[in-house]
Ligand binder design. Structure first.
Ligand code: ASP
Length: 360
């Protein structure tokens, strides 16, 4: 049933007697290795270029999960792997229907006693959105860890194989339980709520601005240095379903008009997240359009395009008077995920929706 290393025990790998954090799942030296499902969705980690020196002109999502796993023989010393090819997409093309499929599959796997944790391989472009979506809709305290790569599998110094090994190591570790969805990338462990992509090309492409990573993973060791405070996974009211309310993002900038907002409202949008300037401030023309939208029942969330910091309620705009919601420290893309889930769960009105943003 288990294709890789099914009969291996941890005894073979445990040479670091001084470090309990090197032990997956906190199990003893004769324990059977944890069973980790690796769900592949595509991305640069599964990308291929015509030659090994090409790290930008390649096709994402063309290398299958078996090939990805075969490139990392050391995985068999960390976990028994159950591979699944969920999709083969460039994550710039991630769709909500695929989110539903992925979240439902993870929930099914984790409900089984046969699976101890899940790793998802994903493209870097929308990883932070998928990770936060799963953080809010997975109904288990077992580890779910996303990973990715900045260089295609065919590249010199491809970063995918080590990221994959580290992600499985984190998913197999007992201390990863109950932390919500995690992202293991470039030796760091991030919370899905905080992590964002911050570089278009560097292998150190993910950060948790202001707050920092949760911990690190290196050479089989897993170390957490802080916990996750906001509600997630089992503690949320959100259930993944097939219906996704229409929520869009608009950006405020010098000279912006109200036309985009008006077009969205005419198109039946249920919610609008604005990536405002600074502390979520909005150009007067766009702010008037958003106030008009809110008065018609459209949920309007003020976030910021800045990339770090938080948006204060009734700070740069009179949220109470205009019926707006403040995103706090969520960026516009994660704010959209939360707003879609809240609206799908029947959330309505700025007071109730502000509570959602203050909770998650
Ligand atoms: N376009 C790719 C993707 O998101 C980029 C990557 O994975 O690094 O699938």
């Amino acid at each position: 049933m288990w294709p890789r290393g099914a009969s291996l025990t941890i005894a073979a790998m445990n040479t670091q007697t001084s470090s309990s954090s090197a032990l997956p799942s906190g199990q003893g030296s004769t324990s059977v290795l944890p069973r980790i499902a690796v769900l592949a969705t595509g991305g640069t980690i599964a990308g291929a270029a015509a030659d090994a020196t090409n790290t930008s002109g390649y096709q994402a999502g063309v290398v299958g999960v078996d090939q990805l796993l075969d490139a990392v023989p050391a995985l068999s010393t960390v976990a028994r792997i159950a591979p699944e090819q969920i999709a083969s997409v460039d994550s710039k093309d991630m769709a909500m229907a695929l989110w539903t499929t992925l979240a439902q599959r993870i929930n099914t796997l984790l409900a089984s006693d046969d699976i101890d944790g899940v790793v998802v391989t994903h493209g870097t472009d929308t990883l932070e959105e998928t990770a936060y979506l799963l953080h809010l809709t997975i109904k288990s305290d077992k580890p779910v860890v996303l990973t990715a790569a900045m260089r295609p599998a065919s590249a010199l110094s491809a970063d995918g194989p080590l990221n994959l090994l580290n992600a499985v190591t984190v998913a197999a570790h007992s201390r990863s339980h109950g932390q919500g969805v995690l992202v293991a990338f470039n030796n760091r462990i991030h919370s899905a709520r905080d992590v964002v992509k911050t570089s278009t090309y560097a292998v150190d492409a993910f950060q948790s601005p202001e707050i920092g990573a949760l911990g690190w993973v290196q050479d089989g060791r897993v170390e957490f240095q802080r916990g996750v405070v906001r509600a997630h996974t089992l503690a949320t009211e959100f259930v993944i379903g097939p219906n996704w309310p229409l929520v869009e993002i608009v950006v405020s900038y010098a000279g912006v008009s109200r036309s985009t907002v008006d077009a969205l409202v005419a198109g039946g949008v249920r919610g609008i997240v604005v990536a405002g300037t600074g502390n979520g401030s909005i150009h007067a023309s766009m702010q008037q359009a958003l106030a008009d939208a809110a008065s018609q029942g459209v949920a309007v969330v003020r976030s910021s395009r800045v990339g770090s910091g938080h948006v204060m309620r009734n700070g740069a705009a009179p949220d109470d008077a205009l019926g707006f919601i403040s995103a706090g420290s969520l960026n516009p893309y994660k704010s959209r995920v939360l707003l879609m889930l809240a609206l799908a769960a029947g959330g309505t009105g700025p007071v109730a929706l502000q509570k959602v943003f203050d909770t998650y």
